[in-house]
Design a protein around this ligand. Sequence first.
Ligand code: ADP
Length: 674
Amino acid sequence: MFDKILIANRGEIACRVIRTARKMGIRTVAVYSDADRNALHVTMADEAVNIGPAPSKESYLLAERVIDAAKKTGAQAVHPGYGFLSENAAFSEACKQNNIVFIGPPVAAIEAMGSKSAAKSIMEKAGVPLVPGYHGDEQSPAVLKKHADDMGYPVLLKATAGGGGKGMRQVWSSEEFDEALEAAKRESLSSFGDERMLVEKYLTQPRHVEIQVFCDQHGNGVYLFERDCSIQRRHQKIIEEAPAPGMNDTVRTAMGDAALLAASTINYEGAGTVEFLLDKDDTFYFMEMNTRLQVEHPVTEMITGQDLVEWQLRVAAGQTLPLSQDQLQINGHAFEARIYAEDPDNDFLPVTGTLSYLQPPEESTYVRVDTGVLQGDEVSVYYDPMIAKLIVWDENRDRALARLAQALTEYHISGMTTNVEFLYNLATSEPFRTADLDTGFIDKHRELIFHSNDKDSDLHLSLATLYLILQREQDATARASQSADPYSPWHAVNGWNNCGAKVHDYSLLLNGRNVTVVAEETAPQRFTVSTPGTDTPFHSQVSGTLDATDLHADIDGHRIHATVVTHNGVYSLFTQDAALQFSIIEPDCGDLDADTADGGLTAPMTGTIVTLPVEAGSPVSKDQPIVIMEAMKMEHTIRAPADGTVVEFYFQPGDLVDGGAELVNFEAAIADSE
Ligand code: ADP
């Protein structure tokens, strides 16, 4: 076994690998970019080497820097994690040349699966069933379109070098084909330096089911069952589970055998995942094989009781697989929910910011949190915006799902928009509970899962108001204690005024709702909270105490504990089963909506301008693309909000723009009045 390994990655996966290495008595070396100087993976490792500036192209993706770091520290092997260099055959080859073990499959196996189209040809020959489509070398737009037209729409364009959903476009009709092809090629070129495409029949309601395989250097291979990864947005997974609900043994065995066939066809070694689309009638089709550890590997670990990173290290060190197929069993059910800094209400666009407050649920036999960040860390534009993976396990799906819902309510994050509430709504929806899964789940159940949880909005309003009163009182007490005249009525905040009434009022923005609330002190430290002048006015009796961020409240006799944190004037309040955000609206800022009329002509996130498809000064029609931006490797198209003219662009291709920055001067055409 190795004495020392280097982890050529960052974030949660680097931390995850370090944990297992430590358990096995192996020392670890981290690598880091300038942006990650103080990152968790750096502090966790025994040693760490700086490999360059923040952009991954100048650090984590530079094979020679990683190899130099391994040589310098005497690491005998490199674990590539996922992403970055993990499926880069040249990197694996360079490790070999330098007598460093690459903890992953042989170079030839990476190469065989590196191109989605080449992989398909290999699998076709081996007799593994494929999604119908075209994966040939002829790449002219006319030929690709002809294949799509012949196959019939919808089709899916995929980058042959693809991964992470980049360079992928659904096309619903022949008319849309050219624009979609151009966008997909551009995204693929910028992400992978390769613009070749394949065209597949787009299956409308498949499930994504994948098999975890493991092979050693001695010809042994096993599969560690399946994961259902059907819950996706933008064709990328957000909740995964194992085993796949409703999977019967016949399909499981057939899929497992097909996956092992795929692995043995390319003389695979180490951990790999064979991805399939599973149709309603149990037919399954090979999609691709990922020649690395997957993000969602923990659900397999939870149901098999195995540590897959340990397996990887053993196999890479030349040992035989720890277990044979008949020693592997499924025990219980596990879910993984990916917690992202992203805005579900804005097409799941990644967001950036500082994790000003971060309180994950407590870990136990049932709950596991894989993360690479701590409170105070940045989610930056440079890397993937995943904050953590929340993994839960229990004896069966229902119980595991209850654990997931509970743990999500206990995941408290503030400082940026996250998908936690969205995941909670999804996980507690009826179709998810009954496992009515397919890859279109989110679109199909949009109405059910895109809502804010303000069923308890009155309760939340009372809590928010109580918090503000108590906080003001504490501030005033602190001020008074520093003052020459601590008894001056000007320090009082209990609503005292010249007329003697003890009233506080606040204009609040609470979970996106504008509301004026009045609190009257009816007895010392007891208040009646009400919302006069609203359609459904309410009254409640509130009292409580505040100790730093801990609010203990009594709302109409209902005792509740909440944690309240503030950042940049926004308060985040977390209770047992809800999270809400509120801020105080200053009286003189009534023009909040003034600049939203142009809808979408500002940058939706921090990113780079890729191209400006129209000339300044040219007329455009409604919905015509006018700016194409890229952030975190995803393209985003900004379209004309109406027929009109692009008078001027404020930025040029290549410029980095801040989220919210105005991009163009757009003049809408004035409609002809008869
Ligand atoms: P990537 O490697 O970029 O993540 P994949 O080939 O793994 O892309 O596909 C990602 C997801 O896109 C799949 O999980 C599935 O939901 C969807 N998908 C891929 N191919 C098809 C298809 N032919 N029909 C329907 N959905 C598909």
